[in-house]
Each structure stands twice: as C-alpha cells, then as structure tokens.
Design a protein around this ligand. Structure first.
Ligand code: ZN
Length: 305
C-alpha cells in the first residue's frame, strides 16, 4: 500500500510510472496515445502497461495506495471525465475514471495535468517551501496550476488555472476557443513557430526562432521574441495581481530558453506588479521537466492537496 501509479495522458504519448512515497520514480514506461483506437481500447492498453510495471517490480495491485491520472483540460473531475481537450478530440466526454475502475480496485484520482505538475513541484521540486505559488507551463499550449494558502486551487470541476485563454491582446488573431488574442494564441510555442514561419516565409520550430533571435541575424525575429517575452511577463503580472503568490515556477518547452525569458519576466514584474511586494516575486524554472506529469499524477495519491 506504499506506492502510487502516476499516469500522464497526453495528446501524443501517455507516460506512467511507479512512484515511492518520497516522490522517487522507481520504474516508468510510456506508450503512444493512439488516437486511431477508441478511448476504452486505449485505457485497456494503459491498464496492461500498469499491470506489467507492477509485475516487473514484483508488486501487485494491492501494493498500490492509488492511481493518479493527469489529463489535459478542459475536463470534469467532479464527473471523472475528459471534457473537450483540443488535442484529444476522440476522447471528448469520455468517463476516464470509470474506464480505469473496470481494471483496478485501488482509488483513482483525476486532475488537470498542469494542476498535477504544480503539485509535483510542491512535493519534490522548485516550490517545496512555498505556501503560495503558481506553476506555469508554456509549451504547445499554456496552462497553470495554482497553489494558494497551502493547498491546490482546482475549482468546481478541476479547470482552475486555464490561463492559456486569458485575453492578453484582443487586437491579435482568433484563438481556437473563439476569443481573440488569448495568452496561448500569442505566446505559446505554437504561436512562436507560427509567427516565426510567417515572418521567414518557411516552416520553422520555436527552437529555431529562438536560435535566430539570439544570433542577432534577424531583427524582425528578435522583435517577435521580445514581444512574446513581454506577453508572458504580462500574463505573469496578471497572475501576481490576482493571487499574490510568493513564487512563480515556469516550465514547459518554451521555458528551456532559460535566462533571456526569465530575465525579461523578472524585469517586467519589477516595473509593473501593482503591489510593491509583488514586484519582488521570485520567478524560477521548474525543477521537474522530465517526469513532471507522472510524478504530479502520483502526488495526487501520495499527498493531501
Ligand atoms: Zn483562447
């Protein structure tokens, strides 16, 4: 009864791991999230992988304290369902908790993946000593997990922290959600690649955009990156003004660009956070880039939140 199984369901792959009460990943595996099969069939495959991980470790289901599942939002944790995540279209309204309950008797907990990753940073990551912090992930999309007054803020249905659809610039283009100029539409890795490709007249990744910007060879690309860092900083100030955190933890692929981003964000916060104490909010990189999803899913079982 000491271990937790963390399952992180993503649009391209599902990662799962056996995690100790101390937050150590004892063993892990992953499988492609096969969108050509039905969600119940995919759950059968994930369940088989769980059973395999357990037997490889010489364990049985009765050794599990529970199974934590992180999944992309929107979802509905009250109903135990996936709701309408854009990158898991075939899973819309799928009762994922009930599907896993057909395979396992251990307790099963479902939360938004960014919320779970925030809990992982609190448990064994960059926010261990913080009672008020926000974890922000910037990759293909933008999301957040909010930890305030020593607990996670999940909302009525598990969708708190969906900051990717805060409007930053209504004059910018149409977001998939129907609003204009959402945070995610103008500052995600997808946005950086899209705007970089438009400026250059060829397809580039966000990583190539950053390389070109920092090489000093393209002023338009440099201006694009500066603009995006400004959007990210604006989003951070909105969060500071709303939640008064002591710490912001930024993870996700775009955060790997490192100091140019973190420096720009700190600088903007120092000038624009409304509350004088908010101007000194610490901004640090996530500690758990790899395995954050499955450690977070396991944290849902191991710690009270
Ligand atoms: Zn939107």
């Amino acid at each position: 009864m000491n271990y937790a199984m963390g399952i992180d369901i993503g649009g391209t792959k599902t990662a799962l791991g056996l995690v100790s009460p101390e937050g150590q990943v004892l063993s892990k595996t992953s499988l492609p999230t096969d969108l050509s099969v039905t969600p119940p069939e995919m759950v059968d495959k994930i369940a088989a992988a769980v059973t395999q991980l357990l037997s490889d470790a010489g364990l049985q289901e009765s050794d599990l304290k529970g199974i934590g599942i992180g999944a992309p939002g929107p979802l509905n944790t009250r109903l135990g369902q996936i709701a309408e995540p854009p990158n898991l279209r075939s899973w819309w309204n799928f009762p994922v908790v009930a599907a896993f309950k057909r395979h396992f008797q251990a307790p099963i907990v479902l939360e938004n993946d960014a919320t779970a990753a925030a809990l992982a940073e609190k448990w064994v990551g960059a926010a261990a000593s913080a009672e008020h912090f926000i974890y922000i992930t910037i990759s293909t999309g933008i999301g957040a997990g909010i930890y305030s007054h020593g607990r996670l803020i999940t909302g009525a249905t598990g969708n708190a922290g969906d900051i990717g659809h805060i409007v930053i610039d209504p004059a910018a283009g149409l977001c998939s959600c129907g609003q204009h100029g959402c945070f995610e539409y103008i500052a995600s890795g997808t946005a950086i690649a899209r705007e970089g490709s438009r400026l250059l007249g060829r397809q580039v990744t966000s990583k190539e955009v950053f390389e070109l910007a920092f090489s000093g060879r393209d002023t338009a690309i440099k201006a694009l990156v500066d603009r995006v860092f400004g959007y990210i900083a604006t989003g951070c100030v909105t969060l500071i003004n709303t939640f008064d955190p002591e710490l912001l933890v930024i993870g996700g692929g775009v955060s790997q660009v490192g100091e140019p981003l973190f420096g720009a964000v700190r600088n903007y916060i120092q000038r624009h956070a409304l509350n004088p104490s908010g101007r000194d909010t610490a901004v640090v990189p996530a500690a758990l880039q790899q395995d954050a999803g499955l450690i977070g899913a396991a944290a849902l079982i191991h710690i009270t939140y």
